[in-house]
Write a new protein. Structure first.
Length: 355
């Protein structure tokens, strides 16, 4: 009797130099099974060997779905290769896999168990086919990350210059070299900003979206470019909560009974570049009367300014997502309407309990 399987999935844990792969299949009675495991180099030859091995495991004519996490840039070459060859590819946000993995009875976390968790996730979920993002988002991300590195190098150089000039007898040649380095970094940072601006202007659709996003207080062209670039135009994002988690701005709260009560903290288990890009906009936004009122209310509630600032960062990011999805300009009364809606819902709940 020929056994039939409903689904075949190759769960791939991607690292810089290798691909750790687990093959899984779902039986007709809906039970999932991980039955094969192998490691391949993260190279073009490794990609070809992976496809041949997966197809051999699944059987001739069987459709294999390749599932992987969005791990920085290391998964991109494989994803582009598989998608370009016509294979079914799904890329999942890391927080989804990590949350799912916690539900499994796995005591030891290794690359192999990680790939098994990805394979099981792919078998149990209905995943969408991944499509490569617009080239403009990839180029935008490269430029924004390059600028970020240049700015960091310039900050280090300025600190070195300050330290050198503060000495009793500064070395004039050292000071001159550091000043030359800072001037070069200033020039490069300006060039990158201009390239980003030109890139945004080269696509009419992206240009219009950026104009709408920049209507939000505190958000400028560079911040809008970083957000769109790091999310690939919100390609894998389905809701605001998922976006906050992807950026690492979601709150982790550990409580158990009366004995365990940890302080709520943001997870920081997300896209560092996206989270970092929201810091300066939040400082600018709280100068706006509407955001200033929310910031003041949050500070008066718990007295922690940085916590209130993080809440503003999250709110700004969610507003960018809403504007991108609805293609509408920022409504200055939006926050007030939201607060009124929350207050009305709270009052309705209290009236219902009282009745």
């Amino acid at each position: 009797m020929v056994r039939k399987f409903l689904r075949h999935v190759a769960g791939i844990d991607v690292a810089q130099k290798e691909l750790v792969v687990s093959m899984g299949r779902m039986h007709e009675d809906l039970t999932a099974e991980v039955y094969a495991y192998k490691t391949f180099p993260n190279t073009d030859k490794g990609f070809a060997a992976l496809v041949l091995w997966a197809q051999k495991c699944a059987g001739e004519g069987a459709l294999v779905r390749f599932v992987m996490e969005a791990t920085g840039v290391y998964h991109e070459a494989l994803a582009y290769c598989l998608e370009g060859s016509g294979h079914a590819v799904s890329i999942v946000l890391p927080n989804k896999i990590s949350n799912y993995a916690r539900s499994l009875d796995v005591k030891t976390v290794t690359d192999r168990t990680a790939s098994e968790a990805i394979a099981r996730f792919g078998l149990e979920r209905k995943l969408e086919d991944w499509k490569r993002p617009k080239d403009i988002f990839k180029r935008m991300r490269q430029l924004c990350r390059e600028r970020d590195q240049v700015v960091e190098e310039r900050t280090v150089a300025k600190n070195q210059l300050h330290a050198e000039q503060s000495e009793a007898e500064p070395n004039k040649r050292s000071v001159k070299r550091i000043e030359s380095r800072i001037a070069l970094l200033d020039k490069q940072e300006k060039e990158i900003r201009e390239e980003v601006s030109q890139l945004v202007g080269s696509d009419e659709g992206i240009k219009q979206v950026v104009v709408l996003i920049c209507s939000i207080p505190g958000i400028g062209l560079l911040t809008a470019a970083v957000i769109l670039a790091e999310t690939n135009g919100f390609d894998l994002i389905r809701n605001k909560r998922q976006l906050a988690s992807y950026a690492g701005l979601d709150v982790k709260d550990k409580q158990s009974g009366t004995s365990v009560k940890g302080k709520p903290r943001i997870s920081k288990q997300g896209n560092r570049n996206l989270r970092k890009a929201m810091h300066m906009p939040s400082l600018m936004a709280i100068r706006d009367e509407r955001f200033k009122a929310i910031y003041a209310r949050l500070v008066s509630k718990h007295g922690i300014k940085i916590k209130a600032l993080v809440a503003i960062q999250r709110k700004l990011l969610e507003m960018v997502y809403t504007i991108y999805k609805t293609n509408t300009k920022y409504d200055s009364a939006y926050l007030q309407k939201q607060e009124e809606k929350k207050a009305a819902a709270k009052k309705a709940a209290e009236d219902k309990r009282a009745a």
